[in-house]
Design a protein around this ligand. Structure first.
Ligand SMILES: C[S@@+](CC[C@H](N)C(=O)[O-])C[C@H]1O[C@@H](n2cnc3c(N)ncnc32)[C@H](O)[C@@H]1O
Length: 264
């Protein structure tokens, strides 16, 4: 039988990613894992600005995967000597083996390599349910080992999310292969744990994904994509947050969704 274990792959900017045989997809952009993650989840959504200006920032990531976004958060805090309090929530149904992280490479990014031991120990000690780990004086990780839906199924699970979220990283595999994480129901759940001015960002520019956000009440905008991609998507419940970007027509997209235009 073919192994379903992820396999290490080098991407265009010299950083490594993983290929998932289970989803038949790379965890990141083949043209640059680190470059795209910085662009989508830290720069375009103005998270870097918030990290510098706000006392505390709460993040919710859909899909912990290789832990790259956590490593980047740690790196930004260190590089800029920031004292911002961060609660980093993430969910992961299929954690990777800690051993494979030994093969991770980040070209010209010594700061990211430095945190690999932290990542290994997180993965080694994971138990099903919510794992809370104080990583530094300022950064707390709340990692749900289980399915996204399970976290929202029982009020006793959802109540484990004790902070209102400011930034959502929608970093699931693409809607074609990871359908359950791109539904209106998913985006409604994400809205329910968010502040009114929260910003959701994703590498994905698919109309079906934008339509699902629109059905769930999110305002949606297009933004320039990273390395080799024309567009990415930003969303917020607060239109002011999307002022600098070209909005999609949410009503039209929601209508198309309800009509079944995106069904197979
Ligand atoms: C594109 S990859 C993760 C990218 C990750 N942020 C990174 O930087 O490596 C998507 C992740 O979502 C996880 N996943 C897929 N469906 C899930 C679900 N329903 N609940 C929780 N995790 C899921 C996969 O196992 C995978 O690790």
């Amino acid at each position: 039988m073919k192994s379903s274990k992820p396999i290490i792959k080098k991407t265009g900017d010299g950083s490594t990613s993983l290929y998932s045989p289970k989803y038949d997809q790379l965890y990141h952009n083949p043209h640059g894992a680190v470059t795209e993650s910085r662009h989508v989840f830290f720069e375009t959504n103005d998270l870097l600005k918030a990290l510098k200006e706000k006392k505390s920032v709460n993040i919710f990531e859909v899909g912990f995967g290789t832990g790259l976004n956590l490593l980047l958060t740690l790196d930004y805090l260190r590089q800029n000597d920031l004292q911002t309090t961060i609660n980093f929530y993430s969910v992961e149904a299929f954690p990777i083996d800690p051993e494979i992280t030994e093969e991770f490479e980040f070209k010209n990014e010594p700061g990211l390599r430095k945190s690999l031991l932290i990542l290994q120990s997180i993965l080694q000690d994971l138990t099903p349910g919510m794992n809370r780990i104080q990583l530094t004086d300022h950064l707390s990780l709340h990692l749900w080992f289980g399915f996204f839906d399970e976290l929202f199924e029982e009020p006793s699970n959802t109540s484990l999310i004790t902070h209102k979220i400011d930034f959502i990283f929608q970093d699931a595999f693409s809607p074609e292969v990871n359908e359950e994480l791109w539904t209106p129901d998913t985006f409604k759940k994400l809205a329910s744990i968010s502040n009114d001015d929260a910003v959701l960002s994703t590498y994905c520019a698919a109309s079906s994904a934008r339509a699902a956000m629109a059905v769930a009440g999110w305002k949606v905008a297009r933004a320039p994509g990273a390395v080799g991609k024309r567009e990415m998507t930003l969303a917020s419940l607060d239109t002011d947050k999307l002022e600098a970007f070209k909005r999609v027509n949410e009503n039209r997209l929601a209508e198309r969704f309800e009509r079944g235009d995106f069904d197979e």
